[in-house]
Design a binder for this molecule. Structure first.
Ligand code: GCU
Length: 683
């Protein structure tokens, strides 16, 4: 359909020029092994090839044509002698190989992996080659995921609502039950596997009353059915749990992690869960955060809490994913000694080395909360003896809520490429979370999903690119934004050069544009409280959330330096710490995150802060208009349904960008009394 339901798995019919060669290779698939995952790989290949080439391939045990596709794990007898020892050994658990093997009696393209999961990934990669019109000559593609965990977090509640969801209701739950029609869940699993994702937590980290019961025998059989669906696509299921479960559903008086009865309760609970789901992934935990229960209630720390759960899960190979989003959310705005940005590091660094090996700390990319611009959390550089998972937000809570176009892959690239200097140069976030720098057994990426039951999954059709890009980056953080973007556009809109270039440019520019007309220079927020959509400069200024900009008649920004401020800069290693500490070296785009400066302060760009605010906001609105015009230029090149849908979102974005521009500019003009050098309209 043209509503966008198929996302990047459309497999539109290919142009004539490619048909002949591809058909030659793809009319026969040789596949003899059995497993649910290979079953899925087979179904995907048949479906994708039939749709692109207009002819369904035959699946056989023995080839009858000179060219064919061979699909199977490295263990299968047919591949003996065909793949050399070195290649075999270099393929890790989930890795795969796509290789053209020429034989006198027949040539084949081999799709293989160490495990059936690898084969599934190879199948999706092969389909991508066809859809993007690549040559099939002499293929030799070897891929291994850089991260062991490539996870999605659903913030879905059982009443069907989604916390920070902007694309309709949950595809998992309705009326406090798990849905019975699982078609969408299955298609979601396909989308996830196609980009290499391998884990999912299916309920909100804020675990309310009904969801607390997901780990009871009443609901586990239903959870197990969902796990079955994901398993066929190589995806492991996790649940978010309520730390107070022993009280709430266990009838105990306490949830104290050191209490023997509590420990026993969780151990029993773990075996119960594993009876229903033998390959269950583990628990995701938000504790002592934003009013959620946790170990602090009992005078225990987060290592006590996490390790208690880890002990319960260990026998079954389960993991505890423990979130570090812990801060004081009842701050008095008059209290200038507390800095929310410090919180994760202050809470967790002292515990480094105390966590069990099957605990992974899940750390938000920035020290605050998924703003359009934040520095990278210093906790990544701080922890050395702890498994770490980078938490990103695909759902656009603070970045336009899928009404604005804001493609986040370039932002994520900056984050994972940030050099913490934890072990000298090139101690990037990517290398820390993959575990290689400190030799950690587990690690990877997690991200909050942006999908719901809207036909096109993500509300804004172009927001599908964020989900796609996340998966590709979690697999290989080294891919460039441009490469990922081009792939997505080709898969979603076809191989027309103008279409590809126009949409790619729009996506790649969109984050800077969004930043231009919203909160300036790394200060963040300035949104309406609660739902977080739209401008409200002082929306959080006198609240308890710890998210202040401190604008007055003379200047703006938060002094987080060691010399005169909150000392936050001291949480980084020497080199980044010194860079942020000094006004001379602090990058413009983060200036107000680290320093309080007068409006007349000159940026490295040569502009004053106030003139930068005016200029970037006028420019941002113009650029939003250009986004709309770029899209409009594609009329006739993109089907009408998708064309009209995206155009209407972009029109809304332009209108709303003006609202942002005028509120922000007016606010700072009134505070500072300094006029715009170029005399544009400010109210
Ligand atoms: C943000 C978001 C909340 C969410 C929280 C979290 O504060 O607004 O809705 O629960 O992050 O990550 O736990």
């Amino acid at each position: 359909s043209d509503e966008g339901y198929e996302a990047w798995l459309r497999f539109d019919p290919l142009a004539k020029s490619e048909l002949e060669v591809y058909t030659d290779w793809c009319s026969e698939i040789i596949l003899s092994e059995q497993s649910v995952i290979l079953q899925a790989a087979r179904a995907e290949l048949i479906r994708g090839i039939a749709s692109m080439l207009g002819r369904k391939p035959m699946v056989k045990a023995k080839p009858s044509k000179p060219r064919y596709l061979f699909v199977g794990t490295l263990d299968c007898a047919e591949l003996e002698g065909l793949i050399d020892k070195k290649t075999r050994e270099s393929l890790q658990e989930e890795g795969y190989l796509i290789k053209t093997v020429e034989n006198p009696e027949g040539s084949c393209i081999v799709l293989t992996g160490q495990t059936d999961k690898g084969v599934l990934y190879a199948a999706f990669h092969f389909l991508r080659l066809l859809q993007t019109g690549q040559s099939l000559n002499g293929l030799s593609i070897k891929e291994t995921p850089r991260n062991r965990l490539r996870m999605i977090n659903q913030w879905d509640n059982m009443d069907g609502s989604i916390e920070r969801g902007y694309a309709g209701k949950s595809i998992f739950y309705k009326n406090n039950k798990i849905v019975t029609n699982v078609k969408r869940i299955q298609d979601y699993a396909r989308m996830m596997a196609s980009v290499g994702l391998n884990a999912i937590a299916i309920n909100n980290v804020n675990v309310h009353d009904v969801e607390t019961k997901l780990i009871t025998s009443e609901l586990l059989p239903y959870v197990a059915r969902v796990a079955d669906i994901f398993r066929a696509y190589g995806i492991t299921l996790y649940l978010s749990i309520n730390f107070a479960s022993p009280i709430q559903i266990g009838g105990l008086q306490t949830a104290d992690p050191l209490d023997p009865l509590v420990k026993q309760w969780w151990a029993d609970k773990a075996s119960e869960v594993y009876r229903h789901i033998p390959d269950f992934g583990g628990f995701l935990v938000k504790a002592d955060s934003e009013y959620r229960p946790g170990p602090f209630t009992y005078g225990r720390d987060h290592a006590d809490g996490a390790n208690m759960l880890a002990d319960a899960l260990e026998a079954f190979g389960g993991l505890v994913i423990w979130r570090c989003f812990v801060y004081n959310c009842q701050q008095d705005w008059r209290d200038r000694s507390t800095d929310r940005a410090r919180a994760a590091y202050d809470h967790f660094c002292p515990l480094d080395g105390r966590f069990c090996d099957n605990v992974i700390l899940q750390i938000k990319n920035g020290p605050m909360d998924f703003q359009v611009r934040e520095p990278v959390s210093p906790l990544f550089g701080g922890l050395r003896h702890t498994n770490q998972l980078l938490e990103l937000q695909i759902t656009q809570e603070y970045t336009g809520q899928q009404r604005h176009l804001c493609y986040l892959v370039p932002q994520w690239k900056e984050i994972i490429g940030f050099d913490t200097h934890a072990s000298g140069e090139d101690s990037t976030v990517a290398r820390i979370v993959e575990g290689s720098i400190h030799g950690r057994p587990y690690g990877g990426f997690a991200a909050v999903s942006n999908i719901g039951d809207d036909t096109n999954w993500t509300g804004h059709l172009l927001a599908q690119a964020n989900f796609y890009g996340y998966g590709r980056l979690a697999w290989n953080p080294e891919l460039s934004s441009e490469q990922i973007t081009e792939d997505w556009v080709r898969l979603t809109f076809g191989n027309d050069k103008t279409v590809m270039e126009t949409i790619s440019r729009m996506l790649l520019d969109s984050r800077t544009i969004y930043e231009n007309y919203t909160s300036p220079l790394g200060i963040g927020w300035m949104v309406n409280p609660g739902h977080h959509y739209g401008p409200n400069v002082d929306g959080y200024e006198y609240s308890k959330w710890g998210t202040y900009h401190f604008a007055d008649l003379l200047g703006i920004g938060v002094d987080r330096t060691e010399s005169t401020g909150t000392g936050y800069t001291g949480q980084y290693h020497d080199i980044p710490s010194a860079r942020y500490e000094s006004l001379h070296t602090c990058p413009d785009e983060l200036l107000l995150f680290f320093h309080h400066v007068p409006y007349t302060h000159k940026l490295h760009s040569g502009k004053t802060v106030i003139q930068h605010i005016y200029d970037s906001h006028f420019e941002g609105v113009e650029q939003a208009g250009e986004l709309m015009q770029s899209w409009a230029s594609l009329k006739g090149k993109v089907d009408d349904t998708r064309f009209t849908h995206v155009l209407s979102r972009l029109e809304e974005q332009v209108r709303h960008a003006k609202e942002w521009r005028d509120m922000i500019n007016t606010y700072f003009y009134r505070k500072s009394g300094i006029p715009d050098e170029r005399n544009r309209t400010i109210y």
